[in-house]
Design a protein around this ligand. Structure first.
Ligand SMILES: [Zn+2]
Length: 385
């Protein structure tokens, strides 16, 4: 596969501002016409508004289990970032190509698309599927519709390669995440009469301390997975809003928190610990003063973790194709847990480094695109045998 072709495709993909808040349909149409030019069929799996879509395409025989090449088309915003050039105009300098999404993860999409002519060159015994999603960066939302459709299909793929940037190293696990928005409803009054009110900020603070205590317990004596940089489950509060003036007892406080768990811990149990504390300890106190007071939890986002056996076929195959014997786990979340949860063994392996993702002047080394191209050539050859 020619890396120049890959860079050319990447330039086109980066040119579409597919920040998650925008439609990705212009990019999808571009990919569709590229595939049309090669005679490859494709299918959209739209979001409920019809303004965003997953794309599914198959090269090779239908009705036979094959492999999925999975990546997201959306990118994180460039707002407030100090770019030295137009982030949606790919530029090449000293063996690197710069642009929003170059590493995360349009570089991988470009490698997959550049590999299609090679897939078509002679018949495949096992098909290769492209699965390009939307709204990954805002909680792995888009791909769920596509996976639901896969679950209903008569033949299940045998493996999935999620090309998040790992510098082409083999990743067999990532943490699960769940985030919640909490609204504490109190009762307002003049602060000189504070005991007659229910201070929503103070009750929120007690709940935030509870989350911190759970975090500290996990850090001190929780389960460990040494393949992670932070080898235990974590919990944290990220935003708090409440109160209008010092002389008013605040009647509302809203905060957001999350847990990121290793496979040994249960997110349900951890969230339960927080909600039980609210229900059994805090709310009875609040309601004694004002029966209408209370605490409401809303799920914000979440995704399952990935924890594949190093012995799984897809992991062995990825290692062989990448010329590696080692594997690791990553801190960030991916769509891999969702594919794996649907019974499709999944590995995370892709070009570029997560260190360059989400930042100003995001880039990918051309040599990384080349490595990924070789990997995909190997996979295509594997699918011929
Ligand atoms: Zn990504």
């Amino acid at each position: 596969m020619s890396v120049r072709k890959t860079v050319e495709i990447l330039e086109a993909l980066v040119g579409f501002d597919t920040t998650s808040r925008n439609s990705n349909l212009a990019l999808i149409s571009w990919v569709e016409s590229y595939l049309d030019g090669l005679g490859v069929g494709h299918e959209r799996v739209l979001d409920p508004t019809g303004t965003k879509s997953n794309l599914w395409a198959t090269v090779g025989p239908a009705g036979v289990p094959g492999y999925i090449l999975s990546g997201h088309t959306d990118v994180v915003p460039v707002d407030g970032q100090d770019w030295s050039h137009d982030p949606f105009d790919l530029i090449e300098r000293d063996g690197h190509v710069y642009g929003r999404g170059a590493a995360d993860m349009k570089g991988y999409l470009a490698c997959c698309l550049a590999a299609v002519p090679g897939m078509l060159a002679s018949p495949l015994k096992r098909p290769l599927h492209l699965a390009f999603s939307y709204d990954e960066e805002v909680g792995c939302i888009g791909v769920r519709g596509l996976i639901a459709q896969l679950a209903r299909a008569p033949v299940k793929p045998i493996g999935c390669f999620v090309g998040e940037p790992t510098e082409m190293s083999v990743v067999i696990g990532h943490k699960a995440k769940r985030s919640l928005r909490v609204t504490v409803h109190g009762k307002t009054c003049h602060s000189s009469l504070a005991p007659l009110g229910v201070n929503a900020v103070e009750y929120a603070a007690r709940l935030i301390v509870k989350i911190r205590e759970i975090n500290d317990r996990l850090a001190r004596s929780g389960a460990r997975d040494p393949l992670y940089d932070v080898p235990h489950t974590t919990g944290h509060t990220g935003t708090v809003q409440g109160g209008t003036a010092l002389n008013i007892v605040p009647d509302a406080c809203i905060f957001e928190f999350e847990f990121r768990s290793i496979a040994a811990d249960s997110l349900d149990a951890l969230v339960d610990e927080v909600t039980s504390y609210a229900r059994d300890v805090l709310e009875p106190e609040m309601k004694k003063v004002a029966p209408e007071a209370g605490i409401v939890f809303e799920l914000k986002s979440g995704f399952p973790g990935l924890d594949v056996s190093p012995q799984a076929d897809v992991i062995r195959l990825a290692k062989r194709l990448a010329g590696q014997t080692d594997h690791g786990k990553v801190a960030y979340g991916t769509e891999a847990g969702l594919f794996d949860g649907a019974g499709i063994p999944t590995v995370v392996i892709g070009p570029g480094s997560i260190d360059q993702a989400h930042k100003a002047d995001e880039f990918i080394a051309v040599s990384e695109l080349e490595k990924c191209g070789k990997f995909l050539d190997g996979l295509v050859a594997h699918c011929r045998n």
